[in-house]
Ligand binder design. Structure first.
Ligand code: PCA
Length: 322
């Protein structure tokens, strides 16, 4: 009995010692464990832990389990959590620079998407900074394509459908496509289809595979309209309070996460598009007519976007086109 009590006390002592010396940080992320951005978040946390010899431990709370996706930026800003991951596009209403991420046909392959990110990054960092946030790293998604129940060869085929939206820009896009936008978060996609809340969506092959899209839609038209990204941001004050070597460890792990992300997403895009077909979906290249119609909408959206914040957006566009 005595021995047992002593053992428990010793264990408690160890736990307390760890919690006094080591910092515990919390990192909410929006998407589930099967998604590559979440896997990268776990690897990032692991690398920080090993680089700091366990002095900074980051707990990843995936799948919006700790904080709901739209609330994550505020949770980090207010210091409720120290860092978090967020889909850039959902911040589109905070400042138009975040909309660079969801503009159709601005960057449709990974090389262009990396270039666009280089061009947009200083503007994005500036805005995040104003909100008390520091950018750590970005993870891209595969290009966004069209999921429907029926084949689509022109916009007319989509007319009046309820279309999933996941950001202010995709809501606008849905309207310009002649469809009705409905905001639905990833975990709710299967149920939204089965209850008829949405009838079509534009997202990556990855998100389609994770939600078993073949259960509710048959056609995947590979329009590859844009390549969006998540960002991981840290509360600036929380970061500043760390000693220099811990800060350095975080920045190095973040640089590795970003490099790894751009590499993995290329493989993931291929693999997941094949998985859609392997599970019985009809995967097709878009018709020229559909592409032309969508391209026209892309031009309208670029114009509207520039009207919102001329100088910042022009800075992004001119750097991107260099
Ligand atoms: N999946 C996420 C973001 C982009 C993507 O490919 C979603 O559909 O919400």
């Amino acid at each position: 009995m005595l021995k047992k009590t002593f053992g428990a006390a010793a264990l408690l002592g160890t736990l307390l010692a760890t919690s006094v010396n080591a910092a515990q940080w919390h990192m909410p992320t929006p998407y589930g464990d099967a998604n590559h951005p979440t896997k990268i978040a776990y690897a990032f946390a692991e690398e920080v832990k090993s680089k700091t010899n366990g002095e900074l431990e980051i707990t990843v709370h995936s799948g919006a389990s700790l904080v709901k996706h739209p609330e994550i930026p505020r949770a980090v800003r207010t210091g409720q959590v120290q860092l978090g991951e967020v889909f850039i596009g959902i911040m589109g209403n905070t400042h138009p620079v975040f909309k660079h991420d969801n503009i159709p046909f601005l960057a449709t392959n990974f090389d262009d998407a990396e270039k666009l990110w280089e061009a947009a990054k200083p503007q994005v960092e500036k805005q995040l900074n104003k909100e008390g946030l520091q950018l750590l790293y970005t993870v891209a998604w595969p290009a966004q394509s069209l999921y429907t129940k029926e084949p689509v060869s022109q916009l007319e085929d989509l007319k009046g459908l309820k279309m999933r939206a996941y950001s202010p820009s995709t809501s606008r896009l849905a309207v310009l496509m002649g469809t009705t936008p409905t905001t639905v978060q990833v975990p709710e996609i299967p149920q939204a289809f089965s209850t008829g809340i949405i009838e079509a969506m534009i997202t990556s092959p990855t998100t389609g595979v994770n939600g078993q899209a073949w259960d509710y839609v048959q056609h995947f038209t590979d329009v590859r309209a844009w390549i969006p990204k998540n960002v991981v941001v840290v509360n600036k004050r929380a970061f500043k309070r760390l000693d220099k070597s811990t800060q350095q460890a975080i920045l190095e792990a973040a640089a590795n996460a970003e490099a790894q992300g751009w590499k993995i997403v290329r493989e993931q895009a291929e693999k997941d598009t094949q998985a859609l077909a392997a599970n019985g979906m009809t995967v097709t290249e878009p018709s020229q007519e559909l592409l032309d119609e969508l391209n026209k909408i892309g031009e309208i959206m670029i114009q509207e976007w520039r009207d919102e914040a001329g100088p910042e957006i022009d800075a992004i566009l001119s750097k991107y086109k260099q």
